[in-house]
Design a protein around this ligand. Sequence first.
Ligand SMILES: N[C@@H](CCC(=O)N[C@@H](CS)C(=O)NCC(=O)O)C(=O)O
Length: 207
Amino acid sequence: MATPFVVIGGKGTGSVAVEAALALIGAPYRVQEGAKRAINPMRQVPALILPTGELMTESAAILIWLADEFPDAGLAPRISEPARAAYLRWMAFVSAAIYSLYWIRDKPSRLAADKAQEGVLLDRTAERIAACWAVMENQLSPGRYLLGDSLTVLDLYVTVTSRWKPRRRAFYKVAPCMGEVVRRVDADPRLAALWAERLAFSKGWEG
Ligand SMILES: N[C@@H](CCC(=O)N[C@@H](CS)C(=O)NCC(=O)O)C(=O)O
């Protein structure tokens, strides 16, 4: 049997986008819960241990690599396709402009000296995240999915990251077209079991 990928992850975290990509690809994988965060020198999830034993970190890089490694799954525009540039642009954007702010939001005391400063950071990063989603909304013309009519790992990435605070209701407000896409991905029957287990669509989750 093929050696499985090992996702170092956690419920509701960015690892769920990686898990969703592996599920759609149909590659064998298992999840090690975040107690093993230490495997990543940045002490973060997701991390991915490849069947070769090599460690990968950085959610965008992992998703791009998986989509390229398993081209038959059709989870990314190929290098020569016109949508490739936009795909790489927005994968990097979600990682750099949006996801990175959660290092502050998850523990504002990393940068703030007291509770009042923490509140300011939370408010301002929420504003910045909304502004970044609005930029993406204004630059994209989604079809059924963000880059056209095929689901890519960008859709998985945005579906997961747009669930985090300030949560989906705020996201739908600034990004109504992308909102339709992420609802479609939420409802994808191939991912229903994974979403239910790893993202917990409990009452009020949209914020
Ligand atoms: N740049 C990293 C960010 C990963 C990240 O921030 N992960 C969060 C969970 S969603 C985490 O592990 N936070 C713990 C921490 O930063 O201490 C990536 O894209 O993979």
